[in-house]
Ligand binder design. Structure first.
Ligand SMILES: [Zn+2]
Length: 505
């Protein structure tokens, strides 16, 4: 007897997430899983004609700051409508728990909102189970957050053994609840006060689980290569996989240094270290203004951000000066008759949580990092829906598929999809996701490879990309004909343990 499915998507070119060539097939789902790939016999309650379109695994955004956004804005339209079905939260040292410290650090992303409460990672992930978002959420424990909880905010020193133990306990709670790794943010307060040994001690707690050490490194400018070396050293000494966050060379004086950082990554992989990276596909970054000023980013020739000019730094969001958004620091410097760093300090005095877009990278470097086999895609989007967040929040995946794969020919579409699906799921231990395969979860996206494109700009960022037609999350139809259906079928994804070391590619 012919089977009855929930959904059959007919006639699409299936890009299965492995990097293998696309093939034409019908794909059938039942419940939350893919049941058949090929020519399923039978019919379905709901059929989609996808002739001329591509069918891929839902995109996995490995680098997000959506910890609180998943709770405050559970529709997550800014991700879902761009084809993202899973977000890895807790990057750059900023995690979701303990709640008190997490909300101090998340305040910059949600300046005027009341932040709901939970108890530890167990409470956070349980809450997402009870009140689902529209996308799946996997969580990293944030080193900055647990350091703030374990040592307080002004501890510009090594932890005592009791303090280190309390950080280990907090990390342990997260891992036990299902966190997929530990992140650091070594330019931020208070992560920047941690020495290498402290991080090794903490990361070593993940050795048995082989959970991931993800790092916003100490210096992405003049000392980029030393910083990559430190990340690799931490992974090797602790015995855990390493993920270098938003791999780039920041600041004009440092352009070209990614050739050396990529070479260092290759060398480490040759001796068996599981090290890879992620990237957002833009020449501008984004962070909080205070991080730039504390790292002397606007003082010539200095700074872990790379030496920037006042023109490079543009206000993205503020708590109470919307008229400042879109203006550069150079603009303020001229108006106030100050040097750029001093003008930045004055902005900061009134808007301590201001975030900025930083025009700091070269297109050649972006292309070189993207083309490298160790790079996956992560948006690093800042989910501040007021103001002018960097357009990467919406457009990162469509921009890689459209602008970089199709138009610039950086890599075949299959390779582009692999860097945002199968490769990512394998690295972060997301079981049964990242591939279009029988038995895997039905996280799927149907898009038009001929028209897919990012739409948002720095001036006008709040636009979903073009060309995303259908999205399914755990089998539920979440985007239909480009429109959010209101489905909230995302789940907390808990680390599956233990797992084999991830393959090279
Ligand atoms: Zn970061």
């Amino acid at each position: 007897m012919a089977a009855r499915y929930d959904v059959i998507i007919r006639g699409a070119r299936v890009i299965d997430g492995s990097g293998a060539p696309a093939f034409e097939a019908d794909v059938a789902t039942k419940g939350d899983r893919v049941e058949a790939v090929g020519a399923p016999e039978g019919d379905a309650d709901f059929e989609i004609d996808a002739q001329g379109l591509a069918l891929a695994p839902g995109f996995i955004d490995v680098h997000t700051h959506d910890d609180f956004a998943a709770v405050l804005h559970p529709d997550m339209g800014f991700k879902l409508e761009g084809g993202v079905t899973t977000c890895v939260v807790g990057n750059c040292g900023m995690g979701a728990a303990p709640h008190r410290e997490a909300s101090l650090l998340a305040r910059a992303f949600h300046p005027n909102q009341t932040l709901p409460e939970w108890d530890g990672y167990a409470g956070y992930l349980d809450r997402l189970n009870l009140h689902p978002a529209s996308v799946n959420i996997a969580a990293l424990v944030g080193h900055g957050t647990i350091r703030l909880a374990g040592m307080g905010g002004n501890a510009k020193r090594e932890p005592s053994s009791a303090e280190l133990q309390s950080m280990k306990d907090l990390l342990g709670e997260g891992l036990h609840a299902g966190a997929v790794g530990l992140s650091t943010g070594l330019i931020y307060e208070p992560g920047r006060y941690a020495q290498t040994d402290e991080i090794v001690e903490l990361a070593a707690e993940m050795r048995d689980a082989r959970a991931v050490y993800a790092t916003h490194m100490r210096d992405e400018g003049a000392h980029l290569v030393d910083s990559v070396a430190e990340a690799i050293e931490i992974g090797e000494r602790a015995g855990v996989p390493v993920q270098i966050s938003h791999h780039k060379a920041s600041g004009r004086a440092n352009w070209g240094k990614v050739a050396d950082s990529l070479a260092l990554i290759e060398k480490a992989r040759d001796r068996g270290v599981d090290v890879s990276a992620d990237q957002y596909p833009y020449t501008a970054g984004s962070t909080i203004l205070s991080a730039i000023l504390r790292n002397d980013g606007l003082r010539a020739g200095e700074g872990g951000i790379g030496s920037l000019s006042g023109d490079d730094v543009v206000i993205a969001s503020t708590a109470s000066h919307p008229e400042w958004e879109g203006r550069s620091i150079a603009d303020f410097a001229e108006e106030w008759g100050l040097e750029a760093q001093e003008a930045g300090d004055r902005v900061l005095a009134q808007e301590p949580l201001a975030s900025v877009v930083i025009h700091s990278m070269s297109e050649d470097d972006v292309l070189r990092v993207m083309a490298h086999e160790t790079t996956m895609i992560g948006s690093d989007g800042i989910p501040t829906l007021e103001g002018r967040p960097h357009p990467r929040l919406y457009g990162s995946f469509a921009r890689v598929l459209g602008h970089y794969a199709r138009d610039a020919g950086v890599f075949p579409l299959e390779q582009a999809v692999h860097r945002m699906t199968g490769m990512s799921a394998t690295k972060f231990g997301l079981a049964d996701r990242g591939f279009v395969r029988e038995g895997h979860f039905a996280d799927l996206v149907v898009f038009d490879p001929n028209t897919i494109a990012d739409v948002g700009t720095y001036e006008d960022p709040h636009h979903a990309p073009r060309g995303i037609h259908q999205v399914f999350v755990n089998g539920a139809h979440a985007v239909g004909d480009g429109v959010h259906t209101g489905a909230r079928s995302g789940r907390p994804l808990r680390r599956s343990t233990p797992r084999a070391p991830s393959p090279i590619d």
